[in-house]
Design a protein around this ligand. Structure first.
Ligand SMILES: *Cc1c(COP(=O)(O)O)cnc(C)c1O
Length: 435
């Protein structure tokens, strides 16, 4: 960034310079809206979503009270109701709130679950509770552990339940972990299931997990990274759900919701009724002052862009946009199967938009499997990724998992990505890999 100074001046810069600064900011940044940005699920550039973000900034208001955000508060209510109906929850039970990302949504789920079983924790703290245990699969998102640490329960009290070959939680393993926790005098209270795991895009068996939660009276949360329009999945048994429209639905960052089946719980768990903000004698129905459900005070308006995109596409439009991404995943899977210079990590067809694979450079082809080949293969993906970033032609993630050495993980959420971009990706990997 030789010609782009980040230093802050004492004197104002000219408007021309400000425009140059804007241009440079985009020029040197990563174009996550580009069809060949396949690094994360938050990608793409939806023009209606961008317009929604601009209008949001123009309105420049705060979600905490109805008096300053009457329209946005009603939109949030309307969106949450719609989302609850898609989950299969009846009209009169659901509750929820938009919050800053899936990690915070997952944190909320643990917070309300703990409050549900132990309301005294709000005032008296963790010292009056037993040692609690949480359960999540070994392939779930790290935010479950992080939240347990933040909430004072300790990351070691999160039991990482074993998964099968395709990355799904094994229900029998969940049950034996619960028994183990009890033997250690811990008190199980919370299970996180994942619909669309981060690396493999796997779906945990929700019904079997719900049965176990019912048997042991545990809170069942589902962390959803898929969209929910096409998957007629059984979320009706979940006590809470994380829904992340800034992933597969392509809503500009950030946009995420925590949905809780027990109405009023979020409010009871988090309210402190600050009198300068949440006066009870206002001239309107103060139940529309939803801000005290939140662990924040001020809260950004994340609902408008989603509401506007939903208006512009309809539920069907979101569904077909996601189908396009799933078709891309299938196309990549088919190409990988056909080529001898690549190897799939999972043999089965992708269930979601994630496709994981190794590139096998010429020097490794024909070498027998074993620790020597693994050690060399482990270095291939990071080396190619580094070259990709320097060249700026395409971007894709990689990681190791369990006993598997570094492999590429491709995720599709940008409906602008075409089959030719996927062909380009594979050709580019071979070009960069053979330097
Ligand atoms: C992305 C993701 C998260 C984290 O969401 P953020 O919005 O990045 O905080 C949690 N769980 C799953 C399954 C995810 O895919």
């Amino acid at each position: 960034m030789e010609c782009f100074s980040l230093d802050l001046p004492d004197q104002p810069e000219t408007l021309e310079q400000i425009l140059v600064d804007c241009r440079d900011t985009l020029k040197y940044g990563v174009r996550t809206g580009h069809p060949r940005f396949l690094n994360q699920l938050s990608s793409g550039l939806d023009v209606v979503g961008v317009a929604g973000e601009w209008l949001t900034s123009t309105a420049n208001t705060n979600m905490f009270t109805y008096e300053v955000s009457p329209v946005f508060v009603l939109m949030e209510e309307c969106l949450l109701k719609k989302m609850q109906s898609i989950l299969g929850w009846s009209d009169d039970v659901g509750d929820g709130i938009f919050c800053p990302g899936g990690t915070i949504s997952n944190l909320y789920s643990i917070l309300v679950a703990r409050y549900h079983f132990y309301p005294e924790v709000k005032t008296r703290g963790m010292g009056v509770l037993p040692q609690l245990a949480l359960f999540t699969s070994e392939q779930s998102h790290y935010s479950v552990k992080k939240s347990a640490a933040v909430l004072g329960m300790g990351s070691e009290n999160v039991f990482m339940v074993k998964c099968d070959e395709s990355g799904k939680m094994i229900p029998a393993e969940l049950e034996s972990s619960i028994v183990t926790a009890k033997e250690k005098a811990l008190v199980p209270f919370y299970v996180n299931a994942t619909a669309g795991t981060t690396v493999y895009g796997a779906f945990d068996p929700l019904n079997a997990i719900a049965d176990i939660c019912q048997r042991y009276t545990l809170w069942m949360h589902v962390d959803v990274s898929v969209e929910l329009f096409n998957f007629k999945y059984l979320f009706s048994r979940a006590c809470s759900v994380t829904w992340n429209p800034h992933k597969m639905m392509g809503v500009p960052l950030q946009c995420s919701a925590i949905l809780v089946k027990k109405r009023g719980l979020l409010q009871e768990c988090n309210d402190f009724g600050a009198e300068y903000l949440f006066q009870t004698d206002k001239n309107y129905d103060v139940s529309y002052d939803t801000g005290d459900k939140s662990i924040q005070c001020g809260r950004h308006v994340d609902v408008f862009k989603l509401w506007l995109m939903w208006k512009a596409k309809g539920s069907e439009g979101f569904g077909s946009q996601v189908n396009k991404c799933l078709e891309n995943a299938e196309y990549l899977y088919d190409q990988l199967q056909r080529r001898t210079d690549f190897e799939l990590v999972l043999k089965n067809k992708p269930e979601h938009s994630n496709v994981c694979f190794w590139y096998i450079p010429p020097s490794l082809r024909g070498q027998p499997p074993g620790p020597d080949r693994d050690a060399r293969l482990h270095q291939v993906a990071p080396r190619i990724k580094g070259r990709m970033m320097e060249k700026g032609s395409v971007m894709i993630g990689y990681q190791p998992l369990g006993d598997k050495v570094n492999f590429f993980r491709c995720v599709f959420s940008n409906p602008a990505t075409q089959q030719e971009d996927i062909d380009f990706l594979l050709d580019e990997i071979t070009r960069l890999g053979d330097i």
